[in-house]
Write a protein that binds this ligand. Sequence first.
Ligand code: ZN
Length: 89
Amino acid sequence: MIRRRRPSHRAMLRLVWLRDGGVCWLCRTPCSWPATLDHVIPKSKGGKFVFMNLRLTHSDCNRRRGNSDPPGPDGTTEERIAAQKRDEG
Ligand SMILES: [Zn+2]
């Protein structure tokens, strides 16, 4: 099993931004940089921090949509993904 280096959150955001044209997936209006990355399959359901499972949203839209896995007071998304990866072994 080859382990590829995980792209940084910012690098991933840039890729998704380019793919989605800087437009919020939820309300279809342009986002301001930096936008929020929303998981298509929620992390709580095993969704991964990978290009095809991410889409661009406003942070407000993302919050309004209801997030069953809110970010903790400490710990960035990246840190939580890393923790998830550790859990998976
Ligand atoms: Zn929006």
